[in-house]
Design a protein around this ligand. Structure first.
Ligand SMILES: Nc1ncnc2c1ncn2[C@@H]1O[C@H](COP(=O)(O)OP(=O)(O)OP(=O)(O)O)[C@@H](O)[C@H]1O
Ligand SMILES: [Mg+2]
Length: 483
């Protein structure tokens, strides 16, 4: 059942359509007067609006209704009806956001079909909003952590350039967080609701990479049995992340340069250009300048991609981040997956701080996950760490001082990759939501922390929090509903 607002100056027409809609179980608000209809439109926010285009035969009030309906939050889907159908008025209405139009006189079945399509379109849109919310939630735990001056500089740079269309080259050894930075740039930009498409240029042979990126048309090469859109087209409006850009073959480098210069792509086997609006981020773990000197990477492309470089330091160059990263992994990644809260002995933490981490943050994350799986009583000790680290322990004993990851790291040591709700404290210019939403977020963080401390036991968590079990369940249901 949907709320439908109907407006037409022909009373018999209004009666006929109202009856049809009510029979199908919809809630109908019928009008033949413009002003009253606008008031109800704004008060009820109906899912569907069916409006005549020429309400009093002189002015196109229908277009005003259309604009007001599309400006609602969420916007109503609008079907426009007109007895004066010329192709121009219909096209005008469609350009202003009408879903469809019907010419009078129309058959009842045509109207019914049109309404059905409009409402299923609405369902698809709501599903899309739901999926986007889910995605945002998924990335809420994807945070970039770093206290060190170098990482603080990286955070500032990300904030400065995220919401621009600059081409950015992310440099850093394997496992330093290049992809996480690319995601942070995308999810903190106005492109955040359009696709973020990562592609690893070293993972595919030249011909496959070309058709992946630019698409192909049927018959372009053996095996091209259908037309295929390329990733540049799929990413339209969003961001494409070209990982391991140094491995891009020379032929494709020229094609990429053309896309960046002309903002259009040509599919393999097709000469017709398609314009695309895509932000390009790229990353490499090898010094590209060397490739340019050797002549295996185009110099002009290098300058085009490297408009703004972001250099990620290796973990051994910022050892002061090891404890805060360790606590982050224990609290956010391990606890949220297992429902258990792990601690670590001070001695084991010192060992982590002394290792050189050739695999950088990824290696640290893996070592912590492994230790959590091995440790017996919820506290990681030196013996639970990978064997190659154990010799770094200084003396026997001394494992009784234990660190528990309770408080989140200081706000300015965190940059949230997805969503603007948890940006660092110095991002004061970011738009804020309602105070109620903020309070609810805080409450849920606290509830989740209590649950983690009692290994997911809801009765114990309720006791800790001083609320009834029913209240705890309600809070958790609210969290699910909020997405
Ligand atoms: N600053 C950070 N804070 C929190 N997690 C991080 C940070 N840097 C990296 N990670 C985590 O480390 C892992 C590796 O990060 P990512 O894949 O972004 O690295 P990369 O530089 O792209 O590596 P590669 O060169 O091997 O592709 C991921 O699980 C990521 O979440
Ligand atoms: Mg990567």
């Amino acid at each position: 059942m949907a709320k439908v607002l109907l407006i037409d100056d022909e009373v018999t027409m209004v009666q006929m359509v109202t009856e049809l809609l009510r029979r199908e179980g919809h809630e109908v608000f019928p009008f033949s007067n413009f002003n009253a209809a606008v008031e109800t439109l704004e008060a009820q926010c109906p899912e569907l609006v069916i409006t005549d285009l020429y309400l009093d035969k002189t002015r196109t009030h229908g277009l005003e209704i259309l604009q007001k309906a599309r400006a609602l939050n969420p916007p109503s889907t609008v079907i426009v009806i007109t007895a004066y159908a010329t192709i121009e008025t219909a096209v005008d209405a469609m350009k202003k956001g009408a879903f469809d139009y019907l010419e009078k006189p129309f058959k009842v079945d045509d109207l019914r079909l049109c309404i059905q399509r409009a409402l299923s379109y609405n369902d698809a849109i709501s599903e899309n909003i739901y999926l986007r919310k889910q995605l945002k939630k998924k990335y809420q735990f994807n945070q970039l952590i770093g206290n060190s001056p170098h990482m603080q500089g990286v955070f500032k740079m990300i904030e400065r350039v995220a919401d621009t269309d600059s081409t950015i080259l992310i440099l850093g050894e394997s496992g330093t967080g290049k992809e996480l930075v690319a995601r942070a740039l995308h999810f903190n930009s106005r492109r955040q609701f359009a696709p973020f498409i990562p592609i690893n240029c070293s993972a595919l042979p030249e011909n496959l990479l070309e058709s992946e990126l630019f698409g192909h048309c049927k018959g372009a090469f053996t095996g091209a049995i259908n037309d295929k859109k390329g990733l540049f087209q799929e990413a339209d409006g969003g961001t494409i992340f070209l990982d391991e850009i140094g491995s891009m073959p020379p032929v494709l480098q020229s094609r990429l340069l053309r896309v960046l210069q002309e903002k259009e792509v040509r599919r393999v086997g097709d000469n017709v250009p398609v314009s695309v609006n895509v932000r390009v981020l790229s990353a490499t773990h090898e010094p590209l300048e060397k490739r340019v000197e050797e002549g295996t990477f185009r110099e002009d492309l290098y300058y085009r991609l490297n408009v703004i470089p972001i250099n990620l330091p290796s973990l051994r160059e910022r050892r002061e981040d090891i404890p805060v990263l360790t606590m982050h992994f224990l609290r956010n990644k391990v606890s949220s997956r297992t429902g258990k809260l792990f601690s670590i002995s001070r001695k084991a933490l010192d060992v982590l701080g002394a290792h050189d981490w050739p695999g950088n943050v990824r290696e640290l994350e893996n070592a912590i996950e492994r230790a959590c799986a091995l440790c017996e009583d919820g506290t990681i000790r030196v013996a639970d760490l990978p064997p190659i680290l154990r010799h770094l322990a200084t003396a026997e004993g001394g494992e009784d001082v234990v660190e528990t990851p309770q408080a989140p790291p200081a706000a300015d040591a965190v940059l949230t990759v997805g969503g603007a709700s948890a940006l660092p404290a110095h991002a004061m210019s970011q738009p804020v939501g309602s105070l109620r939403d903020y309070m609810r977020d805080q409450e849920l963080t606290y509830v989740n922390r209590a649950l983690a401390q009692v290994n997911g036991d809801k009765e114990k968590a309720a006791e800790l929090l001083g609320v009834s079990v029913a209240t705890l369940y309600r809070k958790l249901a609210e969290e699910d509903a909020a997405g």
